[in-house]
Design a protein around this ligand. Structure first.
Ligand code: IFL
Length: 466
C-alpha cells in the first residue's frame, strides 16, 4: 500500500514565530464542572517544566539526561557517549504545546549545531525509534523545521539493517549506526512491533515506503507466531520465529506491540493492523481478565493454554486502559484504570511492580512512570469526564511532593519509606510524557486538537498538533 499517497498531509500551523501568535497561556478548559481551577494547575505544570528545562540547560545540556539530585549528567542511548541530547529531543513537542517557545528554539538550535548519527556505536533499535525518530518527527510537525525531518530519516536509515538482515523481518535488538552490524536475536513483542507509528509517519512525510513496509513486516512476523488461542508469549528468537517463553502479558515486554497494532489502523487506516489488534484484544479479554475484590485486572497466562501464571502487574501495564478506550472498549478501560486508581490511593506513588492478589508492592521503586496519566489523558479526551483529570491531578501533586529534587524531577528508589527515598535520574520520557499529559489534561490548549489526535507510546504527538 502506498501510504503516503493515500493521505493528504495535515496543515499544521508552522514556524515558531507564527505558533507564538496563538498565545502562550492556556485558555480555560471548557469541560470543568466542579469549579476546580484547572487553568491555575496547568500554569503550575508549565512553570515546573520551564524550571526543570533551565536546570537541564545549565547543568547537562546536550547530555542524554540530567541527574536532578547531584546536578550532574549521564548518557542513556550510547552508554559511553557521546550524548545525543535525548532529553532535548524528547521535550520538543511538549515545549511546543506549552508555548515555551524560546526554550523550544534553544533546543532546536542545539540539535542543528550538534546532533548527528554518523557514530561507530550501537543503539537499541526500539529505544532509538520511540524516543529519537519519534521525537524528531513530532518536533518537525511542531516547528516545520526540515532539518528535524532529515535527521529522523537519517536515523531510521541506520536502523533499517536491523530489519533487513533478519530472516523473518522481525528486527534484531541492536544495530551499529555506522557499520549496520546487528546483534541479539532474542527479542520481545514490544521491541519487534513498536515501529509503525514513527516509520509510517516518516514514509508519508518523505514519500518512501521502505520504513512503513519494514515496520509492518515486523509486526506481522510476531502476529503470525500467535498461538491457537490468539495470544503471543513475551520472548522470541527473531531468526527462527520460535518462542523462548510461554508467558502472555499485556505489560512489558509486550505492551506497545498491542498499542501499535491499533496505531497502524488509527494513523494509516490499514485494515490488516485493525484485524491483528482485534484478534489479540478479543483473546486477551477472553483469557486474561480477572475480577478480584470488585476490581478488574489483566493476569499473566500461558499463551497456549490460557492457564493463569501469576497476578503480578507492572506499572507499565496501566497504559492498557487508555488503549482500550481509544479502541472503543470504554467499559473495560474505565474499570481497569479505576483499579489502578485504587493502587494510587493505597501507595500515593505507584510502585514499579504490584501484586493484585495481595495488594502489595513487589518492586518498591518508581522510575517516574507516565502510564497511569497516559491512560487518564486518553479516557479524558474520549469522554470529557473530569474524574480522569482529578486522578491525574493527584498523580501530579504526589509527583511534585516526592520526586522534586534540587535540579529537576527524579526517580524514587523506595516508595514505601517515609519520606520516600529519592534516586538520582530523570528518564527522557519524563519530558515527553507525563509533563505533556498533565498539561493537556489541565490546560485545554489550542495548540492541540482534542477531537482528533494520536500520541505515540513515548507521548509524541504524531497527529493533532495545531
Ligand atoms: O519509554 C517509555 C514508553 O512509554 C514505553 N515504555 C516505557 C517508557 C515509560 O515507562 O513505551
Amino acid at each position: 500500500m502506498n501510504v503516503y499517497k493515500r493521505f493528504a498531509r495535515r496543515t499544521v500551523l508552522g514556524a515558531l514565530g507564527s505558533a507564538g501568535a496563538l498565545g502562550v497561556l492556556p485558555p480555560r478548559l471548557a469541560s470543568a464542572k466542579s469549579g476546580f481551577d484547572w487553568h491555575k494547575l496547568a500554569l503550575d505544570v508549565r512553570g515546573e517544566m520551564a524550571w526543570a528545562w533551565r536546570n537541564y540547560v545549565e547543568r547537562a545540556f546536550g547530555h542524554d539526561q540530567i541527574k536532578p539530585v547531584s546536578g550532574t549528567a549521564e548518557e542513556f542511548l550510547l552508554s559511553t557517549g557521546p550524548g545525543l541530547g535525548l532529553s532535548i529531543v524528547e521535550a520538543l513537542d511538549t515545549l511546543y504545546v506549552m508555548g515555551l517557545d524560546s526554550e523550544l528554539e534553544e533546543g532546536v538550535r542545539w540539535i542543528k549545531n550538534n546532533l548527528h548519527f554518523d557514530i561507530d556505536g550501537e543503539l537499541q533499535v526500539f529505544e532509538a525509534n520511540i524516543r529519537m525518530v519519534g521525537g524528531l518527527l513530532s518536533g518537525w510537525l511542531a516547528t516545520k523545521n526540515k532539518h528535524l525531518l532529515e535527521l529522523a530519516q537519517d536515523l531510521a536509515n541506520r536502523l533499517l539493517p536491523a530489519f533487513a538482515k533478519s530472516p523473518t523481518g522481525m528486527p534484531y535488538r541492536f544495530v551499529n549506526l555506522k557499520t549496520g552490524a546487528v546483534r541479539d536475536p532474542a527479542s520481545y513483542p514490544a521491541e519487534i512491533g513498536t515501529y509503525i507509528s514513527e516509520f509510517g509517519t516518516l514514509s508519508r512525510a518523505v514519500g518512501d515506503n521502505r520504513y512503513y513496509d519494514a515496520a509492518k513486516k515486523a509486526a506481522k512476523g510476531c502476529f503470525d507466531q500467535r498461538s491457537s488461542i490468539d495470544l503471543v508469549a513475551d520472548n522470541i528468537d527473531i531468526e527462527t520465529g520460535k518462542w523462548l517463553s510461554r508467558r502472555a502479558s499485556i505489560g512489558p515486554p509486550s505492551d506497545s506491540y498491542f498499542e501499535y497494532l491499533y496505531g497502524g489502523w488509527r494513523l494509516f487506516g490499514d485494515a490488516d493492523f485493525k484485524n491483528w489488534y482485534d484478534v489479540h484484544a478479543k483473546a486477551i479479554a477472553a483469557y486474561q481478565i480477572e475480577i478480584l475484590d470488585g476490581r478488574l485486572w489483566f493476569t499473566q497466562v500461558d499463551f497456549e493454554t490460557g492457564a493463569r501464571l501469576d497476578r503480578h502487574q507492572s506499572e507499565l501495564a496501566a497504559f492498557y486502559a487508555g488503549l482500550l478506550g481509544k479502541a472503543g472498549d470504554m467499559e473495560h478501560a474505565r474499570a481497569y484504570l479505576n483499579s489502578w486508581a485504587d493502587v494510587q490511593a493505597r501507595f500515593g506513588v505507584l510502585p514499579e511492580g504490584f501484586d493484585y492478589g495481595t495488594f502489595a508492592a513487589t518492586r518498591s521503586t518508581n522510575e517516574l512512570r507516565p502510564e497511569f496519566v497516559d491512560s487518564c489523558l486518553a479516557l479524558f479526551v474520549h469522554s470529557g469526564d473530569e474524574h480522569w483529570q482529578q486522578l491525574a491531578r493527584i498523580h501530579y501533586e504526589n509527583m511534585k511532593a516526592t520526586s522534586r529534587g534540587p535540579y529537576g524531577y527524579t526517580i524514587i528508589d523506595d516508595i514505601t519509606t517515609k519520606p520516600m527515598k529519592q534516586g538520582d535520574a530523570c528518564p527522557g520520557y519524563w519530558w515527553a510524557e507525563q509533563m505533556k499529559y498533565y498539561y493537556l489534561l489541565f490546560s485545554g490548549t489550542n495548540r492541540f486538537n482534542y477531537k482528533r489526535n494520536y500520541l505515540s507510546t513515548e507521548g509524541k504527538i504524531l497527529d493533532g498538533l495545531r
